[in-house]
Design a protein around this ligand. Structure first.
Ligand code: B16
Ligand code: MG
Length: 221
């Protein structure tokens, strides 16, 4: 508990769907995969896949389609989806894919002495941050290769706080996924949802884009 000192010292950013619009490429790759399996997924079902590790996504998708596969088959499906996702990344993703307002907010955080980290379930985090040319804005990066427990477990964000040397209650997490908001709250952190308040109902408050965000608003928490 941070009863005496409520000051926010650090911001931890989810990546896909918060810093960059790559969620749509994950969705398109999963759709392509489910079509090869004989069924389709829609945007509503896709909400369940956001923020969740690749292998858990395969399990959710197979359950949704009423299919059972061996572990070897599941690994092959995950690899195929990732291959298609990386094709999109290679051809579509440039620094212009960083969401509006993100760079200005990161600049102002750095100039005011806030610590910053990325906390993402993605194993492609380093590749994407390099391609987006934003890696230099972060003091720590925790990705899907460094954690064992998927969101809503708070491991990814707690590790971020540890690397930044701050307490969980001194952190604000920015998240676009229901499971990610739960992870932040389970870790004892503030959480600002990026997206619809109906979906991200457990967030402390929501913004639609980072154009609405500034350092002053962190002081409201
Ligand atoms: P990968 P985030 C998550 O990233 C995505 O929301 C989710 O759609 C994806 O399945 C997961 O990463 C794993 O990604 O297959 O690249 O390892 O939102 O936590 O930044
Ligand atoms: Mg996300």
């Amino acid at each position: 508990m941070c009863l005496q000192d409520k000051k926010i010292r650090a911001c931890i950013f989810d990546m896909d769907g918060v810093l960059v619009n790559t969620e749509k490429y994950h969705f398109m790759a999963w759709q392509r995969l489910t079509e090869t399996l004989g069924f389709t997924i829609d945007e509503k079902f896709n909400e369940n896949l956001k923020g969740v590790s690749r292998s858990v996504c395969v399990d959710l998708i197979l359950k949704h389609g009423g299919l059972t596969k061996t572990q070897e088959e599941k690994n092959a499906l995950a690899a195929q989806k990732n291959e298609w996702f990386l094709e999109f990344v290679k051809t579509e993703v440039t620094p212009a894919n960083v969401y509006p307002g993100v760079l200005d907010f990161l600049h102002s955080l750095k100039s005011k002495g806030y610590k910053t980290a990325v906390g993402s379930a993605s194993k492609n985090t380093m590749l994407l941050l390099n391609k987006l040319e934003i890696i230099q804005y972060f003091d720590a990066i925790v990705d899907g290769n460094m954690i064992e427990k998927a969101k809503p477990n708070p491991e990814v964000f707690l590790k971020g706080a540890e690397l930044l040397n701050v307490r969980p209650c001194e952190c604000v997490v920015f998240e676009d996924a229901y499971s990610g908001v739960e992870a932040a709250k389970n870790g004892g952190m503030y959480c600002i949802g990026v997206g619809s308040p109906e979906v991200l109902s457990k967030a402390d408050f929501c913004i639609r884009t980072f154009m609405e965000m500034n350092v002053e608003r962190l002081k409201e928490l």
